[in-house]
Design a binder for this molecule. Structure first.
Ligand code: NAP
Length: 329
């Protein structure tokens, strides 16, 4: 397994806390796949905001310590368990979950969380698929029931989930509006499926959205920062419109009456609650999109594994996203 090597570099967390608890170690044992698992040589790993929440210890799901974060890897199969027939050594793959953690040179994953990576995409793009695209599909299609001809506002469209949502929405025939916090971010949003972009740091951007949508309002809003935007979102909806709460970092006061006037719906979205069947449904849609050519993950900032502490700082505190953040081992 893994040639003659049996140790690798991997990020380990021994206690919950700030970004500084992420420790890069060079003598971590390379794991061995169980019967339904594969070992992946990691070429890139996506960094998701949820990994900072888990690391801080303030999240509902807490892994046993010590652990290695990271679920969305892209790389090459290094070895397979005895019951795995779908993959063989040398296959290019991406994952939507790992057993041993993706911030490492090698990662174990259950075979049903691993998918072939098309030659159309490089490894960094492969690492940008997992949580972002599966969440986008769950929010927009599985829970939001968005249909061709409807309108969607992707409120926070310039990051990992936002770009994925814009691409899927456009491919499904929706009218797509997206927001970003910078001119560069707006440009990226427009180049990834949005018909119109707005700047969520501009004082009057909500008026601009209202002006653009006119009396009709929006059928769906995919919300990345609901603790800031939920009250506004309710005012932007059409009759029967729905807000999908994808991101939330605190509380907000809303007037429930605002849901009555248009019989609006607010729905929470959690990828972790997707059933196996729903995950496979997401996977089919994503693989089809890659094959068809419209699904093209956009990589924003890249960090070597040594800079993992900085990556966790930046994903929470930097604004001006322009695609997905990835780590390169
Ligand atoms: P990300 O790549 O860090 O992107 C964050 C996005 O939020 C950027 O587009 C950013 O825009 C935008 N944003 C900043 N201020 C905003 C504001 N006032 N209004 C609207 N958007 C604003 O993160 P991500 O991976 O896309 O995830 C987005 C959120 O969804 C996170 O909170 C994450 O935890 C959550 N999430 C939830 C699920 C789930 O299952 N429910 C799954 C995945 C992610 P600028 O940088 O351009 O300002």
């Amino acid at each position: 397994m893994a040639g003659t090597r049996n140790a690798m570099r991997a990020v380990r967390v021994f206690e919950f806390g700030g970004p500084e608890v992420l420790k890069l170690q060079s003598n971590v044992s390379i794991p061995v796949p169980n019967e339904n698992e594969v070992l992946i040589k990691v070429h890139a790993c996506g960094v998701n905001p949820v990994e900072t929440y888990i690391r801080s210890g303030n999240y509902a799901r807490k892994p046993a310590l010590p652990y290695t974060p990271g679920s969305d890897v892209a790389g090459v199969i290094e070895g397979v368990g005895e019951h795995v027939t779908a993959f063989k050594k040398g296959d290019r793959v991406f994952s939507t979950g790992t057993v041993s953690g993706g911030y490492a040179e090698y990662a174990l994953a259950a075979a049903n969380r691993v998918f072939p990576l098309s030659d159309k995409l490089d490894f960094r793009q492969g690492a940008a698929i997992g949580i972002p695209y599966f969440t986008a599909y769950r929010a927009l299609i599985q829970k939001g029931r968005a249909k061709a001809g409807e309108s969607v506002l992707v409120h926070g469209a310039s990051g990992g989930v936002g770009i994925a949502t814009c691409q899927i929405a456009r491919a499904c025939g929706l009218k797509v509006l997206g927001t970003a916090g910078t001119v560069e971010g707006m440009d990226v949003v427009l180049r990834n499926g949005a018909h119109q972009a707005f700047n969520h740091r501009e004082a009057n951007y909500v008026d601009k959205i209202k002006e653009y949508t006119g009396m009709e309002g929006l059928d769906v809003i995919i919300e990345m920062l609901s603790n800031i935007n939920l009250t506004t979102d309710l005012q932007l909806l059409s009759y029967g419109g729905r807000v999908m709460v994808v991101g939330c970092r605190g509380s907000i006061e809303i007037n429930p009456r605002d849901t009555m006037s248009k019989e609006s719906t607010i729905t929470g979205v959690s990828l972790f609650l997707a059933t196996e069947e729903e995950m496979q449904d997401c996977a089919r849609a994503v693989l089809d999109g890659i094959e068809a050519g419209w699904l093209k993950p956009l990589v924003g900032s890249e960090y070597p594994l040594e800079k993992v502490v900085q990556a966790h700082e930046d994903i929470m505190h930097n604004s001006g996203a322009r695609g997905k953040m990835v780590l390169l081992p």
